[in-house]
Design a protein around this ligand. Structure first.
Ligand SMILES: [Zn+2]
Length: 573
């Protein structure tokens, strides 16, 4: 546990029944307005502390709340005393907060959906994790397991409670095990990080959730800033360990304002409840996909591969986020690899494809030079593939279909990418995708550049937009190596057979999605619509396949590439 005085100065609000003075900006707000604003300063947006009872009220539907029974725990296991006896400190916390422990565990509904909610209260002995608190978190997880409901935890803590010694430390393992059981049962877990969340709570259940949301400005870390400063004897960067810092470092999924928290949680919970009954088949419109190479339109079949290369790179083609915005309802983007980075070249999240929640993952380019630079030209770092892997595992856990959108010149070939294990990140993605027990539909929407493309492409159905390309190497790269002159790129493009008609003939793709006349860039909305219909049809077709059937067919799909056909069974191309 870290010294909580370290986390408090200048942050808390002076409370007065009439007026509240904001800690950071010193502005005065009328008390009733401050409550109406959910204890967020209207002047600077500072999120004030909320006690656990009020938090339950803010998040759950009225009249839906019942307490989860929690077993009694030992009161003072060590007979601990410092300057004061532990029982005295504890009794004072009980008196001050009006609660017996620092965690409330309840069942309730959020926007109509059943959940179990556990809320930590920083006002109770600095939100420290004692045996009673560990027991309450565990009881909440077990209630979620019993009722097959998602679990939401609102975290606030200085860490494990010193006064309960090693028994407090053991609560980290106990709660983490309870979260693992929820993973195995396929139940969504969400943490809301509030200010501050440190030590043993950050280093156990709080960061094990599928989705970690932080309130603006909320700090989370293993060690407190003062300890770090004393250890390294350097100034810490501005905003160190704040929600925004954590997001930039890939450690939380989103920063969500308190006023939007309930709605965000409600949407996530709704998308995880796939066993509520199979969704009705969505009227997706007629999907036009060419699956027979002999029946491709003449102008597509006759197109020079180098024209497809140029068209596939048009910056006005719809990006992954354009597609998500166009044809997924209620899309919630999730961020980060949980290991130090949030790669901007891969995006992903959850949304509704018609009546069906799906996980979407795609390479992200941009329409302007500034966007392209910010998105690393759609060339993922290892962190990008690890983020994708995290989302694939989430989809597998929740039983949701996966849609991937492929559009990359290739994986980032830089120095840092090598240091972080680019080859390993790609390899691990190939292996992971091959064994995902849910339907996977991939669409090459632009450039399918080598391993960085295939890392999102080990799918049950692989589709390709009419003017996209998919290749082991860029035609320019191939020309430079084999032709020894870059202006041979057109010849290389032809020789490599990287365009849709050739790849359909080779069986690398299962279908070609039409594009508007002139290419996707001439009418991005129609292009996105055509992709969405093809995706919806493929997902619907795969939806009732059993996991073992999907795995068997996906394995066979990739197993047969390159094997010579048995004599007498060749098809004429
Ligand atoms: Zn303020």
């Amino acid at each position: 546990m870290i010294d909580t005085t370290d986390l408090s100065p200048g942050r808390s609000e002076e409370t007065d029944p009439e007026w509240i003075r904001c800690g950071p900006c010193r502005a005065l707000t009328y008390g009733k307005r401050f409550e109406r604003e959910l204890r967020v300063c209207p002047s600077c947006g500072h999120h004030g502390r909320v006690d656990s009872a009020l938090r339950v009220q803010q998040l759950l539907d009225p009249d839906s709340v019942t307490e989860v029974a929690v077993a009694a725990t030992v009161a003072d296991p060590l007979g601990f005393a410092d300057l004061r006896a532990y029982p005295d400190r504890h009794a004072e916390a009980v008196r001050r907060t009006g609660r017996e422990t620092g965690v409330i565990a309840v069942r309730g509904r959020i926007e109509g959906h059943p959940v179990v909610l556990a809320v930590m209260d920083f006002a109770f002995l600095g939100g420290s994790l004692g045996t009673a608190e560990g027991e309450a978190i565990t009881a909440a997880a077990e209630a979620a397991l019993d009722e097959r409901a998602p679990l939401i935890v609102v975290a606030a803590s200085g860490g494990a409670r010193m006064q309960e010694g090693a028994l407090s430390l053991m609560q980290m393992a106990k709660t983490s095990n309870a979260f693992a059981a929820l993973d195995e049962a396929g139940l969504l877990t969400i943490t809301v990080v509030t200010d501050p969340t440190y030590g043993g709570v950050a280093a156990s259940f709080a960061t094990l959730s599928d989705v970690v949301i932080a309130e603006p400005g909320a700090r989370m870390g293993f060690a407190g800033p003062r300890v770090i400063q004393q250890t390294i004897r350097q100034e810490l960067p501005a905003g160190f360990q704040t929600a925004e810092f954590l997001l930039a470092h890939g450690l939380v999924d989103r920063v969500v304002r308190r006023s939007e928290l309930r709605q965000t949680l409600g949407r996530l919970v709704a998308m995880s409840r796939v066993d509520d009954g199979a969704p009705e088949a969505e009227p997706a419109g007629v999907a036009q996909v060419w699956t027979d190479p002999a029946r491709l339109p003449a102008e597509l079949a006759a197109r020079e591969p180098r024209e497809a290369v140029a068209l596939s790179r048009m910056p006005q083609r719809p990006t992954a986020l354009d597609h998500a915005g166009h044809w997924l309802d209620g899309f919630i983007e999730l961020h980060g690899d949980r290991a130090g980075a949030d790669c901007p070249a891969i995006v992903g999240g959850l949304g509704w494809l018609g009546a069906r929640p799906v996980v979407l993952v795609g390479h992200q380019k941009g329409h302007t030079t500034a966007e392209l630079v910010r998105r690393k030209f759609g060339m993922p770092s290892p962190a990008g593939f690890r983020k994708a892997g995290r989302l694939f595992r989430l989809a597998a856990k929740l039983g949701l279909p996966i849609v991937t959108l492929i559009d990359t010149p290739g994986a980032d070939p830089g120095l840092a990418a090598e240091e972080e294990g680019q080859a390993i990140a790609v390899a691990e993605s190939l292996r992971l995708m091959g064994r995902l027990p849910v339907p996977v539909v991939a669409v090459v929407t632009g450039e399918g550049g080598s391993g960085g493309a295939l890392a999102l492409g080990v799918a049950d159905r692989v589709l390709m937009c009419a003017n996209s390309i998919y290749s082991v190497i860029s035609p320019e790269g191939c020309a430079a190596i084999l032709w020894k002159r870059p202006d041979a790129a057109g010849e290389a493009a032809k020789a490599l057979r990287i365009s849709a008609p050739d790849l359909l003939r080779l069986g690398v793709v299962d279908g070609v999605v039409p594009e508007p006349p002139g290419g996707a860039h001439t009418d991005p909305a129609t292009a996105a619509e055509l992709v969405s219909r093809a995706v919806a049809a493929a997902v619907a077709e795969l939806a009732d396949h059993k996991p073992e059937e999907l795995l068997r067919q996906r394995f066979a799909r990739f197993r047969q590439f390159g094997v010579a056909p048995t004599p007498g069974t060749e098809t004429t191309a």
